[in-house]
Design a protein around this ligand. Sequence first.
Ligand SMILES: [Zn+2]
Length: 423
Amino acid sequence: MHEELATSVPFIEGRGEVFCRGCLGKELFSGLDLGDLPIANELLKSSKGSLEKFPLHLRVCSDCGLGQVADVVTPERIFRDYRYLSSMSTTFLQHASDFVNQRVQEGLLAPGDWVLEIASNDGYLLRNFLPFGIIAIGIEPAENVAEISRGLGVHTISEFFSSQLAQELLAKYGYPKLIIANNVMAHVPDLRDFIKGLAILCGTETQISIENPSLANILIGMQFDTIYHEHYSYLSATAVATVSRKNGLQLFKVEELPIHGGSNRYWLRNFSEKNSVDQSVQIIFEVEKDSGLFEASEWLDYSVKVSKILADFRKWLGERSEKGRRVYGYGAAAKASTILNSIDLEFGLISAIGDASQEKQNRFMPPLGIEIISPEELFMENPTDVVIFPWNIKEEIANYLRANLGEGVQLWCAIPEMRQVCE
Ligand SMILES: [Zn+2]
């Protein structure tokens, strides 16, 4: 019954019932209900417009530990015209080149091998393989972003990854030596078909590397602003191991990374009883269990804490306004949308939001149509306070703002609580 339903309806909320998209379990409890919000990466084209809103409710599966929100919007709507370029951040560029150099140094790859990256964005990672004579193929559904990648010489296929596409790739190129899926599993409504696709392409010598922010950090680090409609799933090591095992794959190592405010890198390969599993796997299972990740009561406490953070942020904005301060935002990222749409924002409390992406400039952040301006325009406005929304790269942004705005400006983050950024 479950199998049939999930195959025909790859949504967690179907026919009045809620299913886990990872394991098809039905025991999901409420993690955090943020109410109705617009889609985080959709921006207004004028200051007077409005956007459609959809429920945003994180639930956690008691059986496999996967966090998830209902897929009320399709990936086509979100990703065909995507405005997020990985190479906008020097932190991500360094992280990508370090990853490639490590794999080559450890001998995982040799000239002539091929590497597949799913959701290869603008080619910021794959391009690092080219000087080593390694064949790099990217899958990137956003045509506007894929085109940038092709310009760097990375062969890029503009499709969504699926078991069907995996079959086609296997027939054409054989098994890759390495499959990279960074920050993509969260974006996949039919997670089971995605993992089936990974299993199809996993040969005896293939390793799969998956990086994703961890559900444990959302809980422990108060990172609730990383919950948005584009992120259908929130991975834990426990969930990755369970869902992979169902598809003949084995989680054999987990690395904890500082990027994105705490991500895990999950290493998978074909399952075999003979394989030794790194001790990092067992350790992280225990950490997740001990953190209360799979307990509804822990998440209830969490909801109370989130309400307080939102109230504190709103209060802070009001107080700054009363003092006649000129408050601006920086980074019109999805995180900004989640937090700004979760508070009772009044017009004028944030004058504008600076963002280096030309794709976002001259658009407006909902709900009130806060204008998105270039960094140069922001510098001209001479703000007294800037709230940095992408806290995961706050040091990088703070250094940049400080260099251009001088010592007088105060730089802030609202997560995990309202505080000044220490550079
Ligand atoms: Zn589950």
